[in-house]
Design a protein around this ligand. Structure first.
Ligand SMILES: [Zn+2]
Length: 181
């Protein structure tokens, strides 16, 4: 058997799956039969055809390549209809359209994660900038280099170069180190 052939219970890393072709470029093309979709959510069909990607690796890859604006647009277009879609996909009988809408809902959760991740990063960035603009504070570390940051109140040692760059604590606060009493 070819070692690249997919086997049941086979566990591969995302990198391996990419090498085997699970990438955004060769994602399957989806066409949804409009007649299978209730009228009040038919306008979402283009979103489903674009974002209903069942393979997690391909979906992750696809998200990485889409613009922030497109991901936001997808998120906000679907959000008000989530409940309606949830109800509809659970009703019998099952159809291909329902399957694709269900897959799209998973992508919608992913879109939410991307958004909130970016928002958190922005907030953190803003906080860092605010702290960095504060005036420097002179502090005297103990014998092991430990001191309490006057801004975020965290105790750290100036020997830890991950949190201390020689001028600023990780929170952005400038500190003038006074080694003499
Ligand atoms: Zn700090």
């Amino acid at each position: 058997m070819n070692s690249d052939e997919k086997q049941l219970f086979d566990i591969r890393t995302n990198e391996e799956w990419r090498r085997l072709g699970a990438t955004a470029e060769n994602r399957p093309t989806i066409t949804i039969n409009r007649a299978e979709v209730p009228e009040h959510i038919q306008h979402l069909i283009p979103h489903v055809e674009r974002w209903a990607i069942g393979c997690d690796v391909t979906l992750g890859d696809y998200f990485d390549q889409q613009s922030e604006a497109d991901i936001n647009e997808f998120f906000h277009a679907v959000s008000p209809f989530r409940e309606a879609i949830d109800q509809w996909v659970d009703e019998s009988p099952q159809t291909d359209a329902k399957t694709y809408f269900r897959i799209m809902l998973a992508a919608h959760c992913e879109a939410d994660c991307h958004r909130s991740g970016r928002e958190r990063a922005k907030e953190l960035q803003a906080k860092l900038a605010t702290n960095a603009a504060r005036p420097p504070v002179t502090k005297q570390p103990d014998a092991d280099g430990y001191l309490r940051c006057p801004c975020c109140e965290r105790v750290f040692t100036i020997r830890d170069h991950i949190v201390w760059d020689g001028h600023r604590h990780r929170c952005g606060q400038r500190i003038i180190i006074n080694l003499h009493t």
